[in-house]
Write a protein that binds this ligand. Structure first.
Ligand code: CAP
Ligand code: MG
Length: 413
C-alpha cells in the first residue's frame, strides 16, 4: 500500500519520555526541511532511495521525526525503540545520533550540539559511583575547589621521579595528581613501579596529615583495560584515568561497572578538539559530557572558559559545566575538571565563572614555578584558598610569597 514517508513533524507535540531528542546545527545549500529530513531518514528507517522493505507500520513506529527548524538549527526526535541499550549501549546510541549523517553529500556541515535522553534510557546507565561528594569524602576536603596537577614532563620521568613530584605537590597542598595522557606503561616508567611508588608518596602524605589522590592512566586496548585497571588498583592506585575518546565511552562504563574497581574514575578527553572544535561540523562537548556522566565518570575535563591555553567556546563550556552537575540527569554530579595552560593567576577568574565545585588543574603552572613543584603547588593552593574566601589574588599574595612569585612570573588573568 502507498503511504507518504514524511519525516517532517514540525510543530507537533511529542512525548519527551518516548524519544531521544537531538539538536543539530546544519550548513547546507538545500532547504532546511530537506536537509533535516535527510538526517532523520538516514539515521532511522530510510536510505538514499525509497525501499520496498519498509512498511507503513514500521515507518510510523521507528522513523526519526524532525520536530523543529529554526534558522540553521533543527531538533530531531528518535523513538526509544530504535535504541538498544543493554547490548549496544553508547556505541549504538552514537551510531544513531552521530553516525552516517556527518558524511551525507548534500549537507556541508552538521554539528550535534545537544542530546536529551528520556528517563527510560537514563535509568539504564549507572552514573558516577563517587561524583563530587564521593571524591570530597575521600579527600576529607570541604566545599572548595579541588586543586590538582598533571605530572610534567608528559613523558620522561622515572617512577621514583614521578613519586617525588607527587609528594612535593601534596606537601604543597594539592589534593589531586594525575598522569599525563600519553603516559601509560613505557619502559622508562612502568605502570606497576610508578603506581607503587606514587602510592608510597600518598601514604607518606597521609601520615603527615594530608590526603591526596593520584589518577593512574590505564588507557589501553579494550580487551586489556579492566585487567590493567584491576592490577593498578592492587598496586595501590587511588584513582584511575581513562582517555574517553581514544578508548571509547564503553571503556568508562566498563570501569564503572566492574565491581572490583573501588576508586574514582578521572576522564580525560584527548583528541576531543578534532570532534568539537569546528562550530559547524562535528559534535559539541556537551553531549559527550552527558554520555560520560551516564557511563559513570567521576570527573571530566571540560575546558577553561577561555582562560587557559586550549581553544574553547566560552558559552559552550558553561553548558558543559551544567551537564556535569545539572539535576536534569538522575545521577551524582561529576566533578568538572578545568585544565590546560592554567596557573595560580587564573584561579580567581575560574572560580568566579564556575564556582567552587570544580577541579582546577595545572601542569606547567606547578612545575614551571620558580619555587619548583612544591612552590607551584603552594601557589595554586593559596590561589584556591583566596578565591574560596573571596579575597583578591593580589591582596592574598601580599602575605603568601609563593603566590606572589607565581603572579610575578605569569601575571593575573
Ligand atoms: C595540561 C594538560 C592537559 C590538557 C587537556 C596537557 O597541562 O596536561 O592534558 O589540559 O586539555 O597535557 O596539556 P598544562 P583539556 O597544565 O601544563 O597546560 O582539559 O582541554 O582536554
Ligand atoms: Mg595532559
Amino acid at each position: 500500500m502507498e503511504y507518504s514517508e514524511n519525516y517532517l513533524h514540525l510543530g507537533e507535540e511529542i512525548d519527551m519520555d518516548d524519544f531521544v531528542v537531538c539538536e543539530y546545527r546544519v550548513t547546507t545549500d538545500l532547504p532546511m526541511p530537506e536537509a533535516a529530513s535527510a538526517i532523520a531518514t538516514e539515521q532511522s528507517t530510510g536510505t538514499w532511495t525509497k525501499i520496498s522493505t519498509l512498511d507503513e507500520e514500521a515507518f510510523a513506529k521507528y522513523s526519526g521525526r524532525v520536530i523543529s527548524i529554526e534558522g540553521d538549527r533543527t531538533s530531531i526526535a528518535f523513538p526509544n525503540e530504535i535504541f538498544s541499550i543493554e547490548n549496544g549501549g553508547v556505541p549504538q546510541i552514537l551510531s544513531v545520533v552521530a553516525g552516517n549523517l556527518f558524511g551525507l553529500e548534500p549537507i556541508r556541515g552538521v554539528r550535534l550540539e545537544d542530546i536529551h535522553f528520556p528517563r527510560a534510557i537514563l535509568d539504564q546507565f549507572p552514573g558516577p559511583k563517587f561524583g563530587i561528594e564521593g571524591i570530597r569524602r575521600i579527600l576529607d576536603r570541604p566545599k572548595k575547589p579541588l586543586v590538582g596537577t598533571i605530572v610534567k614532563p608528559k613523558v620522561g620521568l622515572s617512577p621514583k621521579e614521578t613519586a617525588k613530584y607527587v609528594y612535593e605537590a601534596g606537601a604543597g597542598g594539592l589534593s589531586n595528581g594525575k598522569d599525563d595522557e600519553t603516559l601509560v606503561d613505557q619502559s622508562f616508567c612502568p605502570i606497576e613501579d610508578r603506581t607503587v611508588a606514587v602510592a608510597e608518596s600518598l601514604d607518606r602524605l597521609a601520615e603527615e596529615g594530608h590526603r591526596m589522590i593520584h589518577a593512574i592512566n590505564v588507557s589501553t586496548s579494550g580487551h586489556r583495560i579492566l585487567e590493567l585497571a584491576e592490577k593498578a588498583q592492587e598496586w595501590g592506585a587511588t584513582q584511575l584515568m581513562v582517555d574517553v575518546l581514544t578508548c571509547g565511552f564503553a571503556a568508562v562504563q566498563a570501569l564503572r561497572e566492574d565491581p572490583s574497581i573501588k576508586v574514582p574514575i578521572h576522564v580525560h578527553r584527548t583528541m576531543h578538539a578534532a570532534i568539537t572544535r569546528d562550530p559547524l561540523h562535528g559534535i559539541a562537548m556537551k553531549p559527550m559530557v552527558k554520555l560520560v556522566r551516564m557511563c559513570g565518570g567521576d570527573g571530566l575535563h571540560i575546558g577553561t572558559f577561555g582562560v587557559g591555553k586550549m581553544k574553547g567556546l566560552h558559552h559552550e563550556e558553561l553548558g558543559n559545566l551544567d551537564a556535569c552537575v545539572g539535576e536534569d540527569l538522575p545521577y551524582k554530579p561529576m566533578i568538572p575538571v578545568t585544565s590546560g595552560g592554567l596557573h595560580a593567576g587564573m584561579v580567581e577568574a575560574l572560580v568566579k565563572i564556575a564556582g567552587l565545585d570544580i577541579q582546577v588543574q595545572a601542569g606547567g603552572g606547578v612545575s614551571g614555578h620558580p619555587g619548583g613543584v612544591r612552590g607551584g603547588a603552594m601557589a595554586m593552593s593559596q590561589a584556591v584558598d583566596a578565591a574560596t574566601l573571596g579575597i583578591s589574588l593580589t591582596e592574598y599574595a601580599k602575605s603568601h610569597p609563593e603566590l606572589a612569585q607565581s603572579l610575578d612570573k605569569w601575571g593575573v588573568v
